[in-house]
Design a protein around this ligand. Structure first.
Ligand SMILES: NC(=O)c1ccc[n+]([C@@H]2O[C@H](COP(=O)([O-])OP(=O)(O)OC[C@H]3O[C@@H](n4cnc5c(N)ncnc54)[C@H](O)[C@@H]3O)[C@@H](O)[C@H]2O)c1
Length: 272
C-alpha cells in the first residue's frame, strides 16, 4: 500500500470514524469534503472540494492508493439534489480514480438500494438475493452507484467494492437498528478489509455488525476479510423497553429498507 487513501465526505459521520480508525490500521488518510474537516489529525492531508468537480477530484486522487467514496446526501431528498450529489458525484469519484491511475475504489452504497426486498422466510439474506429494488430516490442513487462501480470494474479493470451499509451510528437508537447496526469499530474493520482484499474485482457486500438479530448474510463481507467484533444486542433491553418487541410483519422490520419504504419517505415530503 503506497500513497494515502482519499476519503471523500471525510467530515461526515462515517468519515470521522475512518479518519480516526484507518491510521491505526496503517493507512495514511487524505480527507476531502465540501466543508473543512474539524481538527485534522497529525499527518492527515485535508482538502476542501466538491466531489462533483471532476478536475478537482482528479487532482485529489493523484498519488492515492485507493478512494473511499462517502461524499453525498446520506438520506432522502429531492431528485435534483440526489441525482447531482450522489450520481454525478459517484461518476466523478470513479472517473477521477481512473484518470489518476488509482486501482481501487470503495463505495458507500446502502441497504436502500434494495430497500423493498423482504426478509426471507428463514435463513439469512444474501446480496445475490437482494437485486436492485430501491426504496427512495436516495436508494436509486445507490443502485446507480453500484452500476457505475460495475462498469468501471468491467471496462477499466478497477477493483470496486460496494458496501451496502446498514445503520452506521455510534449506537443503535431504534429496534430496527438492533438488526442493521454497523458499529464504528466494525465500520473501520469493513473498510480496511475492502481496502486490503487481494484483487477483489467487483463486489457488493452488506455492511452490518454481527448482530444477534441480523438477517443479512455476512459471508460475502467475511470473504473479503471482514470480522465483526460488535453486536447491537447489548442495547436491546433498553430499546425494547422503550419501543416494544419488533413486529416482524411491520414493513419497518420486514423489508430491508425499513421505514424508508413507508409513505413518510415519499420524496414530496423532502426539500433539498
Ligand atoms: N450512516 C449510515 O448509516 C449510512 C448507511 C448507508 C449508507 N451510508 C452512506 O455512507 C456515506 C457517508 O454517510 P454518513 O452517515 O457519514 O453521512 P454524512 O451526511 O454524515 O456525511 C456526508 C458528507 O459528505 C459531504 N458532502 C456532501 N456533498 C458533498 C459534495 N458534493 N462534495 C464533497 N462532499 C460532500 C458532507 O459535507 C458530509 O460531510 C453516504 O454516502 C451515505 O449515503 C451511510
Amino acid at each position: 500500500m503506497t500513497g494515502p487513501v482519499l476519503v471523500t465526505g471525510a467530515a461526515g459521520r462515517i468519515g470521522t470514524v475512518l479518519r480516526g480508525g484507518l491510521p491505526e490500521r496503517g493507512w495514511a488518510v487524505r480527507s476531502l469534503d465540501v466543508v473543512a474537516v474539524p481538527e485534522p489529525r497529525t499527518g492527515e492531508e485535508h482538502l476542501v472540494a466538491d466531489v462533483t468537480d471532476l478536475a478537482a477530484m482528479t487532482d485529489a486522487a493523484r498519488g492515492a492508493s485507493a478512494v473511499v467514496h462517502l461524499a453525498g446526501i446520506s438520506g432522502e431528498s429531492t431528485w435534483a439534489a440526489i441525482s447531482h450529489a450522489n450520481i454525478e458525484g459517484t461518476y466523478c469519484a470513479l472517473e477521477a480514480a481512473r484518470r489518476a491511475g488509482v486501482g481501487r475504489v470503495v463505495l458507500a452504497s446502502s441497504n436502500h438500494a434494495s430497500g423493498y426486498t423482504e426478509r426471507p422466510a428463514d435463513g439469512l439474506l444474501r446480496e445475490a438475493d437482494a437485486p436492485p429494488r430501491p426504496d427512495t430516490y436516495y436508494g436509486v442513487s445507490k443502485v446507480a452507484m453500484e452500476a457505475l462501480g460495475s462498469l468501471y470494474a468491467d471496462r477499466y479493470g478497477l477493483d470496486v467494492v460496494c458496501l451496502r451499509i446498514g445503520s452506521a451510528f455510534a449506537e443503535p437508537t431504534t429496534t430496527r437498528q438492533l438488526s442493521t447496526w454497523l458499529s464504528p469499530a466494525d465500520t473501520v474493520a469493513l473498510v480496511d478489509a475492502a481496502l486490503r482484499a487481494p484483487s477483489p474485482g467487483f463486489r457488493v457486500v452488506w455492511g452490518v455488525s454481527d448482530n444477534t438479530r441480523r438477517w443479512w448474510d455476512l459471508s460475502a463481507a467475511e470473504a473479503l476479510g471482514y470480522r465483526s467484533t460488535d453486536d447491537a444486542e447489548g442495547h436491546a433491553a433498553a430499546l425494547v423497553a422503550a419501543h416494544g418487541e419488533p413486529d416482524l410483519a411491520d414493513p419497518v422490520h420486514r423489508r430491508v429498507g425499513g421505514e424508508y419504504t413507508t409513505a413518510d419517505f415519499d420524496a414530496e415530503n423532502f426539500t433539498a
